[in-house]
Write a protein that binds this ligand. Sequence first.
Ligand SMILES: [Zn+2]
Length: 157
Amino acid sequence: MRCPFCSADDDKVVDSRPADDAAAVRRRRECLGCGRRFTTHERVEELPLVVAKRSGDLVPFEPLKLRTGIEHAVAGSAIDDAAIDALAHEVEEKARAAGPEVRSETIGLAVLEGLRQLDLVSYMRFASVYKGFDTVDDFEAELVELQKSTEPKGRLA
Ligand SMILES: [Zn+2]
């Protein structure tokens, strides 16, 4: 670390302690050139999250894009901004946990999972874009799947 006084780049650490709620380490250093002391702060570099698209392209993860996608899916529903924020945040957390490289499918599925619990219409709308349904048949097949899995158990036919 270059000494701010004499520009020598040889020093020894004389003290090291956690700072900023342990998110950083504060180090007291002593310059071996001039003997003066200075302080450095070291923190973990935030890892960039990269999304692997179906085409194979790698693009940087954009939280705003994710939020906009969810927003479009829930437009006109009773889902409010706070719920959208919560879902976007939850999906981002999942993506970061799976990172530093995450497949776009993984993100899409996490959104679908969240929407499915929030609002069925929004879920279908997002699914149509995300899963690329072209026909009503595709939609209906998905609906049938959905009803199967949400049907109360033990009901008489
Ligand atoms: Zn120095």
